[in-house]
Design a binder for this molecule. Structure first.
Ligand code: EPU
Length: 419
């Protein structure tokens, strides 16, 4: 087993490079099923979740070459044949479900295990299925599996009750090969959706409006392979921005898009962190006295739920009272319990957390309860007095490339050890 050991108190300095966005790359790999050719993903993040989705694609005979040295993934789907990933593989990662849209579009049918809940909430898939049904698929659920079949997908107008990221992506991928026009209303507008549309359009799809709440897809007959460089990971960048703030340090974060970071920049600025954009870098200076803030997670361009845990760690160290309201997931405060082990003063009432800053957190043994919770505990450990040991690292490895080495490069006292 492995754990990350952080000795708190070091100031950070220097610069860190941000990897490509996991949540862009996962749907993009799923979308390569639609190409029937060769897709090359440049600057791909070498992460557990990325390896899992590649395994899912192998079950439908995609030929995949992962070039770890050059961060490149080459996916050839010219010899694709119908297949069904094992339930075990699908339940490893919810994003496996993103192959459903492309598979229905390519084969007119697909059967896949229901993804099930996870640590942060129940996470139903009703909106994905509503979309497939609207496009003309017969969808049924039974024995833990969901099955869809259709003679032909036909474009339609689909209103999402909630702007779900995954449902928007899945429906968009199913609709690109459908007959006629599909309009997704109240669509998710996350930058990762825009990136997926960019990838699909480079393959020959006709999508407009991605990145807004109304996406229009005009079906085409077929798509071709392409080469794509995904966007930078805004959540990884945000995590390092909080790292500078929580350690009262000044660092440069290379590989950012200011537009994508707006809600995070706004909150950190409100707290008193100084942020300066220079091309595709951001210089973050957290050396001033910070003020607490209130945060409400919202669909993009609101404050991202994937940055909520990290901000909670920061608020734990800032004098005064901050309030966090989590509106996206119903159970995404598990890190609070771990932060309390480090001496944090947090009160949870339903979807609201009230955080009273303490003088200093104290290093403790804690567990990553999900990906972002793990990142939040590393951040807390960086500022805490003494040693913090973080276990259950598999959560962190799903979504952060080389996290301890990136922090070490900034001067943190951090090690991954086997025990
Ligand atoms: N929802 C439904 N029905 C659906 C789909 C979603 O009720 O059919 C609900 C969910 O239960 C949840 C809310 O809608 O309460 C938001 O879910 P959404 O579908 O938007 O999220 P997702 O596609 O499952 C992606 C990211 C998450 C990120 C969320 C929100 C990927 C692979 N995952 O999940 O990333 O938190 O969007 O921005 O893109 C992470 O990276 O740590 C992570 C959890």
């Amino acid at each position: 087993m492995e754990k990350i050991v952080v000795k708190g108190g070091n100031k950070l300095s220097g610069s860190v490079n941000i990897s490509a966005a996991k949540n862009s790359v996962l749907p993009i790999i799923a979308a390569s099923i639609l190409s029937g050719g060769k897709c090359v993903i440049k600057n791909a993040p070498m992460l557990e979740d990325v390896f899992v989705i590649n395994e899912v694609l192998k079950t439908v005979s995609a030929d995949i070459n992962i070039d770890k040295e050059n961060n490149r993934i080459i996916i050839d789907t010219s010899k694709l044949s119908y297949g069904e990933p094992s339930g075990e593989l699908v339940r490893k990662m919810r994003a496996s479900f993103l192959v459903m849209g492309p598979m229905i579009a390519r084969f007119g049918r697909f059967k896949i295990s229901l993804p099930g809940g996870c640590n942060i909430g129940t996470r139903p898939i009703d909106l994905h299925l509503k979309g497939f049904t609207a496009l003309g698929a017969d969808v049924s659920i039974g024995h833990g599996y969901v099955e869809a079949s259709t003679r032909k997908l036909i474009g339609n107008k689909i209103y999402l009750d909630f702007p779900s990221v995954g449902a928007t992506e899945n429906i968009m991928m199913a609709a690109v090969l459908a007959e006629g026009e599909t309009i997704i209303e109240n669509a998710a507008a996350e930058p990762e959706i825009e990136d997926l549309a960019r990838f699909l359009n480079a393959m020959g799809a006709e999508i407009t409006g991605a990145g807004t709440d109304t996406i229009k897809i005009t079906g085409v007959k077929n798509l071709k392979g392409t080469t794509h460089k995904p966007i930078y990971d805004r959540i990884e960048a945000g995590t390092f921005m909080v790292a500078a703030a929580i350690t009262k340090s000044k660092i440069r974060i290379c590989g950012v898009n200011e537009e994508h970071l707006k809600p995070i920049i706004a909150k950190l600025t409100e707290m008193g962190v100084s942020l300066e954009i220079e091309g595709d870098s951001i210089i973050v200076d957290g050396s001033r006295e910070l003020r607490p803030v209130d945060i409400k997670t919202m669909p993009y361009p609101g404050f991202p739920t994937d940055m909520q845990a990290q901000m909670m760690s920061l608020l734990c160290t800032v004098k005064g009272t901050g309030v966090i309201t989590e509106t996206i997931f119903e159970n995404r405060f598990m890190h609070a319990q771990e932060l309390k082990r480090m001496g944090a003063n947090i009160k949870i009432d339903g979807r609201t957390a009230v955080i009273e800053g303490v003088e200093r957190l104290s290093g403790s043994e804690v567990k990553a309860t999900d990906l972002r919770a793990g990142a939040a505990l590393i951040l807390a450990g960086l500022s805490a007095e003494g040693i913090t040991e973080i276990g259950d690292l598999y959560h962190i490895d799903r979504g952060y490339v080389n996290i301890e080495n990136k922090f070490k490069g900034l001067g943190a006292d951090i090690e991954r050890i086997n025990y």
